[in-house]
Design a protein around this ligand. Structure first.
Ligand code: TXE
Length: 497
């Protein structure tokens, strides 16, 4: 197979000097600095983006503030949902264009860009659109007695927070941004997004489509540039009512601290971790291998909910690792724009270097590299799909996030020991348990310390189910109805008559 042909609108978009999207318009910005967007499959620059400055931060935050009190506030709840639905339609109309841009910037395979990034983003938009007309308070009975015949009435209102700053990572540059903008807009908030500096292009195109969908100027803005510089500026801005962040644990802690110091700015943090997948001995070896690939290797493992530590029964581990090695070494690694590719490059050079350093750490620990464990020859940031057998629960790769196509495996003798090892982690975003014995699974579910637990499946995010971490994996929940409390303030109203 060969690479697909790039659409002319994709090459035209890449040729444009890109910057930001503020108040319904693409703007170059006042700054003179530029940064390059690098295609991780080739290591070559494919576009140039102007670095944001305080001037663009101020303009975007003011535009969002004005829209919050003006144009977006005047849009009825039902129409807010219609805007999101029209945006979902436009994502579908421009599916191939957006998918190609995403694959060029992030190295995601084109099949995944189309089917997961764009199609799932559309589904999430439609889900959130449905909430716009259903966000309401309740009528309450006042509990205290009436002393002199006076009466009371009370109710609550869910009021939108204001301007929401969304800070987005590079692994799903469209879908994660859509989670945040859809949640904010459906509640009546307005948004300023800061994409990752590695993947700054796709949201500029989505923002243009949002304007086309009828979302008024200023309700959705995009600022590009260094997170370490622009992040603190956005969070410290007096118009910032909330920050919603997805990314690494250390940056999440910095974001949370900055938000608290800026007068308790509301915060949702969706951070990574070291997710576990545990297989009970009643599962067949073939099902274990399928489950491991589903849980750990999609998008080169660059999914915050992906499993990285695998617990296998001691009786099965040798056979599972032998079969897994056959499957991993047979995977087609190659150009993300080739429709038959199963494994693309890691998304950027810094991340690639981090994963290679973790392989060195595994070797230094004496962990056994069962397969992979190295970079692949040629240009681009490719590493081989990797399986590592740990000596014990304290090996570095059983504890540190790799965020790569890397599973680390440990044998267990009894299920109590396995449950203790799953919970012996500072993180708790997600886990999966694989067994045919659902009665046993039901007894284990309350004992596993995570925000999302899958049984006989992994990495499947549904908009109807709340998503977020426990322990150091984050704070707050996205999706379901749980997101509403994170994008609105509850106001209590009490009346005497
Ligand atoms: O992430 P960061 P990076 C992991 C992965 C990767 C590592 C570092 O292991 O190797 O994190 O990646 C913005 N204030 N994950 O450096 O720093 C930044 O511009 C405010 C896991 O790319 O978390 C980007 O928009 N914002 C993860 C966003 O934060 C700041 C997904 C995320 O960047 C900031 C991605 C600051 N001080 C990487 N500094 C997951 N769990 O989903 C940076 N940013």
């Amino acid at each position: 197979m060969t690479d697909i042909t790039l659409l002319p609108q994709v090459t035209a978009f890449l040729d444009r000097q890109q910057g930001h999207y503020i108040h319904g318009q693409s703007v170059a910005g006042a700054g003179v600095e530029r940064f390059a967007v690098v295609n991780p499959a080739t290591g070559l620059a494919i576009a140039q983006v102007n670095e944001g400055s305080q001037a663009e931060v101020d303009a975007a935050m003011q535009a969002a503030f004005d829209a919050f009190h003006g144009s977006w506030a005047q849009v009825s709840p039902l129409e807010r949902g219609n805007c999101l639905t029209r945006l979902a339609d436009l994502l579908q109309t421009h599916r191939e264009e957006l998918a190609q841009l995403e694959s060029l910037c992030s190295g995601k395979t084109i099949q995944l860009s189309r089917g997961l990034e764009i199609d799932m983003a559309s589904q999430f938009l439609r889900y959130f659109a449905g909430w716009s007309s259903k966000i309401s308070g309740e009528t309450l009975n006042v509990s205290l007695p009436s002393f002199q015949g006076e009466q009371y009435s009370a109710f609550t209102r869910c009021e939108p927070l204001g301007v929401v700053v969304g800070i987005i990572p590079w692994n799903f540059s469209i879908m994660i941004a859509i989670w945040k903008l859809a949640a904010a807009l459906t509640c009546g908030c307005t948004v300023v997004l800061k994409p990752s500096e590695y993947t700054p292009l796709t949201m500029l195109r989505v923002a243009e489509l949002a304007t086309q969908a009828g979302i008024p100027a200023g309700a959705l803005n995009v600022i590009n540039g260094s997170g370490a510089r622009l992040g603190p500026m956005l969070i410290a801005h007096p118009r910032c009512a909330k920050v919603t962040f997805t990314g690494s644990v250390p940056t999440g802690i910095a974001v949370g601290k900055a938000a608290m110091e800026q007068g308790i700015v509301r915060t949702t943090l969706e951070l990574g971790g070291k997710n576990a997948a545990a297989f009970l001995a009643d599962v067949s070896v073939d099902k274990m291998v399928d489950g491991i690939i589903e849980a750990g290797y999609l998008n080169q493992g660059q999914i915050c909910a992906a499993a990285e530590r695998f617990y296998l029964p001691a009786s099965h581990i040798d056979e599972v690792l032998a079969k897994l090695t056959q499957r991993l070494t047979a995977m087609k690694v190659g150009s993300p724009l080739d429709e038959s590719t199963e494994v693309g490059p890691l998304a950027n050079e810094a991340h690639y270097r981090k994963v290679l350093a973790l392989f060195d750490k595994a070797r230094a620990d004496g962990s056994q590299i069962v397969c992979g464990g190295q970079a692949l020859a040629g240009p681009g940031f490719f590493v081989a799909p990797t399986a590592i057998r740990a000596n014990g629960p304290h090996d570095a790769l059983m504890r540190e996030e790799t965020f790569g196509p890397v599973g680390t495996f440990l044998a267990y003798e009894d299920e109590e020991q396995m449950l203790a090892m799953i919970n012996d982690s500072p993180y708790g975003l997600a886990a999966s348990l694989w067994t045919n014995d659902l009665s046993k699974a039901m007894r284990m579910i309350p004992r596993i310390e995570v925000g999302t637990l899958w049984i006989n499946m992994h990495t499947f995010l549904d908009p109807a189910l709340p998503f977020g971490g426990v322990k150091s994996s984050g704070m707050g929940r996205e999706f379901g109805s749980a997101f509403i409390e994170h994008y609105t303030e509850l106001k209590s109203v009490m009346m005497r008559y």
